[in-house]
Design a protein around this ligand. Structure first.
Ligand code: CA
Length: 245
């Protein structure tokens, strides 16, 4: 199966620097979005450190894309993200001024006819199939816990003042738990990886419309980011769209 991808990241309208970071490694079919947090410019250090650590870990362990199946795709991705967590912690240990930085991470790794999706925090992965959008990840946030417990609706959670409070992040103290799943890919699938700068501004049905609209992957990315910014776009917005053909 052929995979094509495009990504775009823009700084929030009220911000001076972009704390999101993304990478597309087409050769290894690896796609990563991270959303950093921390004072000064430390959020961007955390997101970049985590993304690069995952890519470097997998670089030596994955063949270049040739459609071959790799056993233990899920385990490999999980281990890579644990190593990224260690890298962020290590950076904090080496430079005390970075204390308190952390980052979310959402990763998609395609091999053969399956895709592994992993995440920590509130950066999300969606799949558009037959014009229907499915959220593949579950936010690790306080507001999502309230939704699950029945105290908040999805819509209330999306605009809640505490919507940014994540319950899991790379660089936080101690062990982290990574959610990973493996799913079959079908031709025509479109996958979206994004930071919460998109999903706090747009509802899922709006994302579904933008992602189903005819046009190139670049146009889809531009349309999503433009729509988030037109709603205020206070936060940095990052999207990667991957299409299987
Ligand atoms: Ca954010």
């Amino acid at each position: 199966m052929e995979l094509r991808a495009w990504g775009l990241s823009e700084v929030g309208v009220t911000r001076t620097h972009n704390e999101d970071y993304f990478e597309i490694d087409s050769r290894r079919r690896l796609y990563l979005v991270a959303d950093g947090m921390g004072g000064h410019s430390h959020g961007e250090v955390a997101s970049r450190t985590a993304v690069q650590a995952v890519r470097e870990f997998l670089e030596d362990r994955l063949p270049a894309a040739d459609g071959a199946e790799t056993d233990g795709q899920r385990t490999l991705l999980r281990t890579a993200i644990h190593s990224a967590h260690e890298k962020v912690l290590c950076a904090i240990r080496q430079d005390g001024s970075l204390s308190g930085m952390g980052t979310t991470l959402v990763a998609l790794l395609a091999q053969g006819s399956t895709v592994a999706v992993a995440h920590v925090g509130d950066s999300r992965a969606y799949r558009l199939r037959d014009r229907q959008l499915d959220l593949l990840t579950e936010d690790h946030t306080w507001v999502h816990e309230q939704v699950v417990a029945g105290f908040l609706s999805e819509e209330q959670a999306r605009v809640h003042p505490l919507k940014n409070v994540v319950t899991r992040a790379l660089g936080s103290d101690g062990e982290i738990k990574v959610d990973v799943q493996e799913l079959p890919i079908a031709p025509g699938d479109r996958y979206l990886l994004c930071s919460d700068g998109l999903t706090t501004m747009l509802r899922d049905d709006e994302i579904e419309r933008a992602l189903s609209a005819p046009g190139s992957l670049e146009e889809s990315c531009r349309q999503l980011v433009r729509a988030a910014k037109s709603r205020g776009g206070f936060d940095d917005v990052t999207v990667i769209v991957v299409e299987a053909t």
